[in-house]
Design a binder for this molecule. Structure first.
Ligand SMILES: *Cc1c(COP(=O)(O)O)cnc(C)c1O
Length: 227
């Protein structure tokens, strides 16, 4: 079975990279990026033990989440957030990785149902891609987190980034290393921050080398996206 093989291969790569880069065993969590994938593909990964899934498009995600209806799946929202989607995101997801506006955080906080417990959030940081509108600049991160801490139903877990793609390992490491430095600095006064969401299929090893704790993998698990 292809997907089972892919999943085992990724787990093996993560585990080897943890050893090679002096990371502790099990310190890197695999987030399966299931945008554009079918319910059957998601369930195949679930049946192989995968529990964390990441989705980018709210409407597509809701249709799948409602049909799958597995409370033991941890759903992560990793796409750009439109303000008219905040209510659905706050209800159906466990994590949001792409927080970069206070207005959006405010709406998620308002809409998060009390009985679900806090929504885990990461602040999206724009490190290397000046052309991208997503993410806040490094210098604004600490102030932004201070503001987020006033929202009672959001739990700030860490930082996320999606740097401009490159195939060169050293180049991949650079933005991750800058982000890791900021993460460590923030953790001095906020030890509860435990998540550095970096790395995709192309730059997973660089992300692990530079201290990533959650890698977001789509292509290496499910194959190339056709849409
Ligand atoms: C699509 C996506 C990924 C996964 O990318 P792959 O190259 O398929 O592993 C990771 N993070 C974000 C934010 C994405 O949109």
């Amino acid at each position: 079975m292809k997907l089972a093989d892919n999943l085992a291969h990724i787990h093996n790569e993560i585990s080897l990279a943890e050893k090679r880069y002096g990371r502790s065993k099990g310190s890197v969590c695999l987030l399966a990026v299931s945008k554009t994938r079918t319910i059957a593909e998601i369930m195949a990964a679930f049946n192989e033990g995968q529990r964390h899934f990441g989705e980018n498009y709210c409407q597509e995600a809701l249709e799948k989440i409602e049909k799958i209806e597995r409370p033991d799946i941890i759903w992560h929202f990793i796409g750009p957030i439109q303000s008219n989607k905040t209510r659905q995101i706050a209800i159906h997801f466990d994590w949001v990785h792409t927080i970069d506006r206070i207005k959006i955080a405010q709406r998620l906080d308002n809409a998060r149902p009390e009985n679900l417990g806090p929504l885990n959030v990461c602040v999206q940081v724009n490190i290397s891609d000046e052309t991208s509108k997503s993410g806040i600049v490094l210098d604004a991160v600490e102030e932004f987190i201070n503001e987020l801490e006033s929202f009672k139903k959001l739990k700030v877990r860490g930082l996320m980034s999606l740097p401009a793609p490159t195939t060169d390992f050293e180049q991949q490491c650079k933005p991750f290393s800058v982000l890791y430095e900021k993460f460590q600095e923030l953790r001095k006064t906020r030890p509860e921050l435990d998540t550095l969401s970096i790395g995709t299929t192309q730059d997973m090893l660089a992300a692990i080398a530079e201290g990533g704790t959650m890698v977001r993998i789509g292509t290496a698990l499910f194959g190339p996206r056709v849409t």
